[in-house]
Design a protein around this ligand. Sequence first.
Ligand code: BGC
Length: 338
Amino acid sequence: MKKRIIFVTAVLIVCMAALFLGADGGRRDGQGAKKTSIRIGLLLYRGDDTFIGTLRSSIEECAKEYEQETGVKVTLDVMDAKGSQNTQNNQVERLISLGCDALCVNMVDRAAASAVIDKALAAGLPVVFFNREPVEEDMNRSDRLYYVGADAKESAVLQGELLVDAYKKNPGSLDLNGDGKVSYVLLEGETSHQDSLIRTEWSIQTLKDGGVPIEKITGGIANWERSQASALMEQWILEYPGQIELVICNNDDMALGAIDAMERNDVSPGSIRLVGIDGTPAGQEALKAGKLLGTVESDRELYARAIFEIAAALSEREAVEYEKYFWCPQRALAGGVR
Ligand code: BGC
């Protein structure tokens, strides 16, 4: 009788342990079995940034597809730091305490990545940084740190080349007043973002190398934002009436802001050319409508898939099929201008 009680108790304990493990998201059993659920934290520097918003939707799509294909349940915790690094650091702590298996981080201040890395490594979590690149020294602290982005020099050279092509085909398409030079203004992204400086430098260099006679009127920082770009452009339209022939923008949203200013000030679409970068849905609409001369699209599907697949593989403790740095392919989109 005593033996029987011991046996039944043992069976009960084993059953309860199995139930407990099941409730814990099917954690690995130590024999390499796959988890039945994973939890990934997605941290955004600003949820209202157009480009980041489109990436977020694509990442959410990837998570749904992954669930359908593998049967593994994915919980994606999305957090918006609203431009505050302090808030983002707290969000990292919160996500660690929620039991995330991996973090995908779009840093507010890319120079502050070491604090995020400290917290993640201490909790044994891998991190996939994206779009805002930490310095190499930080990235080299662990082989469980990855970066996904679009190469800034490549975007800029593609942007410059589409202008060189337009000029070579017909100089009058950029030198609108026929005075032998293309007078331009520049709209730049955040100064602290690796893309701003590199995009500006290589776009201009490509125009010079391509033999386009350019002359800078002025430039300003609009922090990637449509409304800030619109305010600057309005000021320039009034300050340099009839002189601006080209607006070179570090991203599409700022180009759209410049178009808003032109429309508000009755400057006809054909009288100033504009180029952007990103190929956002709104940017592509403007391209089709003939308001934008060109943009550079990064393959958002691949961009998002790389972020998600690296995070999922690390969560599952499976081999990652990507290098430490993944550079998303890009292509120039040139439109017929009105
Ligand atoms: C994109 C911008 C975006 C920024 C955010 C850049 O790579 O081109 O549109 O605002 O990243 O970090």
